[in-house]
Design a binder for this molecule. Structure first.
Ligand SMILES: NC(=O)c1ccc[n+]([C@@H]2O[C@H](COP(=O)([O-])OP(=O)(O)OC[C@H]3O[C@@H](n4cnc5c(N)ncnc54)[C@H](O)[C@@H]3O)[C@@H](O)[C@H]2O)c1
Length: 259
């Protein structure tokens, strides 16, 4: 089997999804050997095939990020194929909308498992590589919802917990030369939002977000990917424990009373 020992290796979860796919593409353009991981094998294989740049095609692997054994097996395969693991991007995520009063416990648990436990499991599995290599980086895809203003209880809680995980890892793993950061996008038009609403409502959401956002435009998937690529790169070598909002300014609360 071919070994690309010269290229740093980036594992991107949710690689079969909209943001994971483009994050993988931008990281590949930046010289990473990309491994796309998703529980949806068909989706992740299709993305890898479509992306395939000449020279260093991305590898597609199927794994459910909530299952420790599946993560260990997947990371073992990455180690076997490439001999290293440099960057972890945790983009796999789900959203289940319930009011607190009628919160479905199994949806709450699943949201926490995918959005928080998954990133912890994969980061944990990467530590032996980072320890050996003396460097590494993790970029967690949180959400604008992490910092307040969202009534989407389970999702907002999970994305805030993911920021907590990010800052804790930054402190714990810093002495190993490992950086941990989060990217917090606002609404991006991807199939993700179909989990909570229909097409008509999506069109209204786009209008509302655009009107409310200081830059008066929607965040595009590539904007998120560029932020991830920066945080994964040596250019960000002294940046850790941060949350980079990719929100076109919508993370800034309007001043109460101003028109
Ligand atoms: N799209 C947005 O508006 C938006 C905004 C802010 C943050 N985010 C975050 O960005 C991330 C990616 O969003 P997207 O728009 O690409 O969504 P998407 O639905 O297109 O992709 C998510 C991917 O995660 C995979 N996945 C779900 N559960 C999994 C599991 N248990 N194991 C492995 N893979 C699993 C899905 O199969 C899917 O391919 C998510 O974490 C989401 O919370 C999205």
């Amino acid at each position: 089997m071919t070994k690309y020992l010269e290229a740093p290796v980036a594992v991107v979860t949710g690689g079969g999804g909209a943001l994971g796919a483009i994050i993988g593409r931008v990281l590949a353009e930046d010289g990473f050997q990309v491994v796309l991981v998703d529980r949806d094998r068909a989706a992740v294989e299709a993305v890898a095939e479509e992306a395939a740049p000449p020279g260093r095609p991305p590898v597609a692997l199927a794994a459910d990020v909530t299952e420790a054994a599946a993560i260990e097996t997947m990371v073992g395969e990455v180690g076997g194929r490439f001999g290293r693991l440099d960057v972890v991007v945790n983009s796999a995520g789900i959203e289940r909308v319930h009011a607190l009063e009628t919160m479905d416990e199994s949806d709450w648990d699943l949201t926490m498992d995918v959005n928080v436990k998954g990133p912890m499991l994969l980061s944990r599995a990467a530590v032996p590589f980072w320890r050996k290599q003396g460097s590494g980086a993790v970029v967690n895809i949180s959400s604008r919802a992490w910092s307040g203003g969202s009534a989407n209880t389970a999702y907002a809680s999970s994305k805030a917990a993911l920021v907590g995980l990010t800052t804790a890892m930054a402190v714990e793993l810093g002495p190993l030369g490992v950086r941990a950061n989060a990217v917090a996008p606002s609404f991006v038009l991807t199939p993700f939002n179909r989990q909570r609403t229909d097409i008509d409502n999506l069109a209204k959401m786009v209008e509302r977000y655009t009107a409310f956002t200081p830059l008066r435009r929607l965040v595009e998937p590539v904007d998120v990917a560029n932020a991830v690529a920066f945080l994964a790169s040596e250019r960000a070598r002294n940046i850790t424990g941060e949350v980079l909002h990719v929100c076109a300014g919508s993370q800034l609360p309007p001043v109460v009373g101003e028109p």
